[in-house]
Design a protein around this ligand. Structure first.
Ligand code: EPU
Length: 335
C-alpha cells in the first residue's frame, strides 16, 4: 500500500474533472483499509468507480480508492445462489458474470457504471429493477471504530436512490462487500416498455438473461453518453415525487407532462421531461452542457470545470422551479 501525493483524479471520476487529491492510496486488503481509517487524521474521501461524483475543487485530504476484489459463491440450493462480492469489483463485470453463469436478478442493471460497493449506497436501479430486490447483506467497516458490521436488507432502509448509508449513516461506514441472492430459475422483468420494444426489434423469441442484458445495454448506449467518450455521471438529478393534486394541476397547464403514479397519492415525474421542457436539452456552454439525448445527464465535453457544472445544475434547478413549481435535487455527490 503506497500513499501518493498530489494525484490527479481525472481518470478516477467518470465526469473526467481534473482536480487533485492531496494524498491518494489504493487499497486491496480490508486490514489496510482499517489501518488507514485508524491512522489518518485529515479528511478522507472514499472512492469507488467515481461514477456518481462531481468534483468542484481539489481534495485536501486522503482519497482512498477501494480495490477490494473477489466474487464467491457462499451458498446454493436448487433455486438460488448466494454470492459474496467485494466492493471493488466493477458492477457491469459482475452482471456479465451472473448472466454467463445463469444467475438471474441483476440483468436489468447491465451497463450501470461504477463498482459493487457503491451500488447499495444509492440503491441503484434501472428498467424496473433495484438492487434492493436481490440484496441480502452489506458488509461495512465503521470509520471510527474500524469494526466490521453486517447490515441485512431491512436495516439498509432502501428507498428510491436512497439508503441508510446516504442518510443517518452518511460518511460513517465504508462498504467492503455485498451478499446477493440470485435466482437459478429466473423470472424475467420486461415490464419496461423500452425493453419489450428492443426485444421485439431483436426478434427474441425465447427470453434469456443474455437477451435482456443485451437489450438493456442497447437502450442505455442509445440514450446515455459513454463516460469513456463524454464525461458524465449518469442521471444528475433524481426524479421528483410530488402530490397527485399538484400533478393534476400541472397536467391542466402542460397536457403532455409525464408522470408515474406511486402509492399514497404521489406521482413521480421524470426530471428529464421537466428539464427538456424548460429548454435545456442539448444546450452547450463551452466544454460543458446538457446531453443531447437525455436531459437528465450533464456532460463534460473535455476540460470542463466541476464548479461550472455545479452552477449549470443550479441554473437548471431554478428554471424548473420557476416554470413548473417543482424542486429537483441532485442525485450525485458534489464535493
Ligand atoms: N424524458 C424526456 N426528456 C428527456 C429525458 C426523459 O422527456 O430528456 C422523459 C421520457 O420521454 C420518458 C421519461 O422521461 O417518458 C423517462 O425517461 P427514461 O426512461 O430515460 O428514464 P429516466 O426517468 O430519465 C431513470 C433513471 C436512470 C435509468 C432509467 C431507466 C433516475 C434519476 N434515473 O431515468 O438511471 O437508467 O430511469 O430505468 O431515476 C442513473 O441513475 O444514472 C440512470 C441513468
Amino acid at each position: 500500500m503506497q500513499i501518493q501525493n498530489e494525484v490527479s483524479l481525472k481518470s478516477y471520476n467518470t465526469f473526467g474533472i481534473d482536480v487533485k487529491a492531496q494524498k491518494f492510496v489504493e487499497v486491496t486488503q480490508i486490514a489496510d483499509l482499517q489501518q488507514l481509517l485508524a491512522q489518518t487524521t485529515e479528511p478522507i474521501l472514499i472512492l469507488g468507480g467515481g461514477s456518481n461524483i462531481l468534483f468542484t475543487q481539489n481534495f485536501e485530504g486522503l482519497v482512498i480508492k477501494i480495490k477490494l476484489k473477489g466474487i464467491e459463491v457462499i451458498q446454493e440450493n436448487e433455486d438460488f445462489v448466494w454470492l459474496e462480492v467485494a466492493a471493488g469489483e466493477v458492477w457491469h463485470e459482475l452482471v456479465l458474470y451472473c448472466v454467463a453463469q445463469g444467475y438471474g436478478g441483476i440483468e436489468n442493471l447491465s451497463l450501470i457504471p461504477g463498482t459493487v460497493g457503491a451500488a447499495p449506497m444509492q440503491n441503484i436501479g434501472a428498467y424496473g429493477v433495484e438492487i434492493r430486490e436481490v440484496l441480502e447483506q452489506v458488509q461495512a467497516i465503521h470509520r471510527n471504530t474500524g469494526e466490521i458490521h453486517t447490515f441485512n436488507n431491512e436495516s439498509c432502509n432502501f428507498g428510491y436512490r436512497e439508503s441508510i448509508f446516504k442518510n443517518i449513516h452518511k460518511d460513517q461506514y465504508v462498504i467492503t462487500g455485498v451478499t446477493l441472492k440470485l435466482s437459478k430459475k429466473p423470472t424475467f422483468n420486461t415490464s419496461y416498455g423500452a425493453i419489450q420494444d428492443t426485444l421485439k426489434a431483436n426478434k427474441v423469441e425465447t427470453l434469456s438473461l443474455k437477451a435482456i442484458s443485451d437489450a438493456v445495454c442497447q437502450i442505455r448506449s442509445s440514450k446515455l453518453p459513454n463516460p469513456a467518450e463524454i464525461g458524465n455521471a449518469g442521471s444528475f438529478f433524481k426524479n421528483p415525487v410530488i402530490p397527485q393534486s399538484q400533478f393534476e394541476a400541472l397536467q391542466k397547464r402542460f397536457p403532455n407532462i409525464v408522470g408515474y403514479p406511486l402509492p399514497e397519492a404521489q406521482v413521480k415525474v421524470p426530471a428529464g421531461w421537466l428539464i427538456e421542457n424548460s429548454g435545456w436539452k442539448g444546450k452547450r456552454f463551452g466544454n460543458i452542457g446538457v446531453h443531447t439525448r437525455q436531459a437528465l445527464v450533464l456532460v463534460n465535453y473535455g476540460g470542463g470545470d466541476g464548479a461550472a457544472i455545479r452552477k449549470l445544475s443550479q441554473d437548471i434547478q431554478a428554471s424548473v422551479l420557476d416554470k413548473f413549481g417543482v424542486e429537483i435535487k441532485p442525485e450525485i455527490n458534489i464535493v
